[in-house]
Design a protein around this ligand. Structure first.
Ligand SMILES: C[S@@+](CC[C@H](N)C(=O)[O-])C[C@H]1O[C@@H](n2cnc3c(N)ncnc32)[C@H](O)[C@@H]1O
Length: 259
C-alpha cells in the first residue's frame, strides 16, 4: 500500500461522502440500515469478550511460519504482529456483528480468517448460523481454531485451504451462502475472481461485504467494476468496507458514507 495515495483516497472519501445519520438517503432500506445498523451505538456484551481476546493476541510473542499467498513463500511473524497489522479494527468487527444480527443468515461465508476475530464477531451474532471460514496458512488457522474453542463456537466450520483452489468445491457444498465477507488477498484480480464465483450463488437476500476496497487504486478499480454488476442493487462505500445488496424490489442506489 502506498501511504500517500491511501491518504489521498481517504481525503477524497471524506469530501465526497455523505455526513449523515441516514437523512437525505432516498432508499428506505438503506435509510433504516444506516440508522439502526451502521450507526447503532449499543455496546453488545460480546464486544468486550472479543476485544479481550484481541488484546491477548496483541501481546502473544509466539512466532509462526506464515504463508504468503502472493509469492507462495514462507516468512516468520509473531502472533502479536499479525494481530496488530492484519485484523479488522473493533469498529469494523462490531459492524459485522450488527450486520449479521440484522440479516439473520442461515449460512455465513468468510474468506480470510486470520486469527478468527472477525469470524467470532459474525459467528456470535447468530449462533444458529453455520459460519464457514477459510484460512490457507496452517499455523494461523490453528491459532484461530483454538480461539473458536475458547469462545465455545461450535457453529464455525474452519476450512484450511487455498481459496483459489477450494472456493468452487466449497460452494457446491454450501449451496446458499447468505452473508459473505471477503477479506483475503487484497488484489483486484483475486477479488474479482472470488466475487464472480460467489455470484453463481446470488439470491435476493444475500449480503456481501468486501474489506479494504480503498486499500489501493487496484482495489478501488475492482470495487467500481463490482458495483456495476447487473445483480448489484445497492452498494455502500464506507471506506473500510464495501457493502452490497441484491434485492431487485428496491431502487438501484449507490452511496458513499462516512463511518
Ligand atoms: C486480512 S487477513 C483476515 C483478517 C480477518 N478477517 C479479521 O479481520 O480478523 C487475510 C487472511 O487471508 C489469508 N489468505 C490470503 N490469501 C489466501 C488464499 N488464497 N487462500 C487462503 N487464505 C488466504 C491470509 O493468510 C490472512 O490470514
Amino acid at each position: 500500500m502506498n501511504r500517500l495515495n491511501y491518504l489521498g483516497r481517504l481525503l477524497k472519501h471524506i469530501f465526497t461522502a455523505r455526513h449523515t445519520l441516514g437523512f437525505g438517503v432516498h432508499s428506505p432500506y438503506i435509510f433504516c440500515f444506516t440508522r439502526f445498523v451502521l450507526y447503532e451505538k449499543n455496546p453488545f456484551y460480546v464486544y468486550a469478550e472479543i476485544e479481550r481476546l484481541r488484546r491477548e493476541l496483541e501481546n502473544d510473542r509466539r512466532v509462526l511460519q506464515v504463508t504468503d499467498f502472493g509469492t507462495g513463500k514462507n516468512r516468520q511473524s509473531s502472533v502479536a504482529s499479525i494481530a496488530r497489522k492484519s485484523l479488522n479494527s473493533s469498529k469494523y468487527g462490531q459492524l459485522l456483528f450488527r450486520m449479521v444480527r440484522e440479516a439473520k443468515p442461515a449460512v455465513i461465508l468468510e474468506l480470510g480468517t486470520s486469527l478468527g476475530i472477525s469470524t467470532a464477531y459474525m459467528a456470535m451474532a447468530c449462533t444458529h448460523a453455520k459460519c464457514y471460514t477459510v484460512e490457507g496458512c496452517p499455523q494461523i488457522a490453528s491459532i484461530a481454531s483454538d480461539n473458536f474453542l475458547k469462545f465455545g463456537l461450535d457453529n464455525v466450520r474452519l476450512r484450511r485451504m487455498n481459496i483459489d483452489e477450494g472456493l468452487v468445491p466449497l460452494l457446491t457444498e454450501i449451496e446458499r451462502p447468505d452473508f459473505v465477507f471477503i477479506d483475503a488477498n487484497h488484489t483486484s484480480d483475486a477479488l474479482l475472481r472470488y466475487f464472480e464465483i460467489i455470484m453463481s450463488k446470488v439470491h435476493n437476500d444475500m449480503v456481501i461485504v468486501i474489506d479494504d476496497i480503498n486499500w489501493s487504486d487496484d482495489m478501488q478499480e475492482a470495487w467500481q467494476q463490482i458495483k456495476r454488476h447487473p445483480n448489484v442493487i445497492n452498494s455502500l462505500d464506507i471506506f473500510g468496507f464495501g457493502i452490497l445488496f441484491f434485492n431487485p424490489e428496491r431502487n438501484k442506489m449507490h452511496y458513499k458514507m462516512i463511518f
